[in-house]
Design a protein around this ligand. Structure first.
Ligand code: GSH
Length: 253
């Protein structure tokens, strides 16, 4: 059995979709990141970076003690290795997939996260909207460029890693399908191959079940005070603020 430390966000969906696609048994352990549960010592011992997703596999590949993994890219590589699914075995095909997995982790995810932050969240935080202009320009520009990178790849390949559906698609889709919402629908009109792939991957039944895991938690309406506390927790993290929880986690080892 695999414990999935999870909240219904793009990075969480990568792993719930992979677990569904692989047909693995898993138990969802919700980590309410707006409520600060990512700072609990028990969770920090699994993920010292206080971010979901993370997994604990009680029946790991090769037997032995339970293994815990954080960072969605490492989790998807592990699950692909465990099941022999969605990562080709031959050298060239394997690295054709892995280069896109690492591309997603270093590019699409962080740039879309920052674009969303400056465009949508930060306006409730910044004293002066002018402070946000450069951030919006920089990160929206990057997401636009990255859409073009995917579009070019998908103009000659059915999937991101090549001819086969793989962890490159599973890791990229949960961010990519939100591009239209973030930048406006014309981005998809201008990148038809990307648009085709978003629809094709999104139509897979297991992608839909994976994305629906604990989706009811997204519908919870917060009061203004709760929303303010959530912003403070998520967007005002410093070494000093997290230090106490980290030290407590280390003491319990
Ligand atoms: N690179 C990490 C990113 C994980 C991440 O940013 N998770 C967000 C939710 S989508 C989170 O847990 N945020 C909690 C926080 O900022 O304290 C991964 O891909 O696993």
């Amino acid at each position: 059995m695999i414990d999935l430390y999870y909240w219904p966000t793009p990075n969480g969906w990568k792993v719930s979709i992979m677990l569904e696609e692989c047909g693995l048994d898993y138990k969802v352990i919700p980590v309410d990141i707006g409520g600060g549960e990512q700072f609990k010592p028990d969770f920090l011992r699994i993920c010292p970076n206080n971010r979901i997703p993370a997994i604990v596999d009680h029946d790991p590949l090769g037997g032995g003690e339970a293994i815990s993994i954080f960072e969605s890219g490492a989790i998807l590589e592990y699950l692909a290795e465990k099941t022999g699914l969605f990562l080709p075995k031959t050298l060239a095909a394997k690295y054709s997939v892995l280069q896109w997995v690492h591309w997603q982790m270093a590019n699409l995810g962080p740039m879309m996260g920052n674009a969303n932050h400056f465009k949508n969240y930060a306006k409730n935080i910044a004293d002066d909207p002018k402070q946000l202009e450069y951030g919006v320009k920089r990160f929206v520009g990057e997401v636009d460029r990255l859409a073009g990178v995917m579009d070019a790849q998908l103009s000659v390949n059915q999937f991101l890693g090549g001819a086969e559906y793989s962890i490159a698609d599973i890791i990229s889709w949960p961010w990519a399908f939100l591009i239209g919402r973030l930048l406006g629908e014309e981005i998809l009109e201008n990148n038809q191959h990307l648009s085709r792939w978003i629809d094709e991957v999104g139509a897979r039944p297991k992608v839909q079940t994976g994305r629906a895991v604990a989706s009811e938690k997204r519908d919870i309406k917060l009061t203004d005070a709760q929303e303010k506390a959530r912003r403070e927790l998520l967007f005002n993290q410093t070494n000093e603020k997290v230090r106490k929880a980290r030290e407590e986690a280390a003491r319990k080892v």
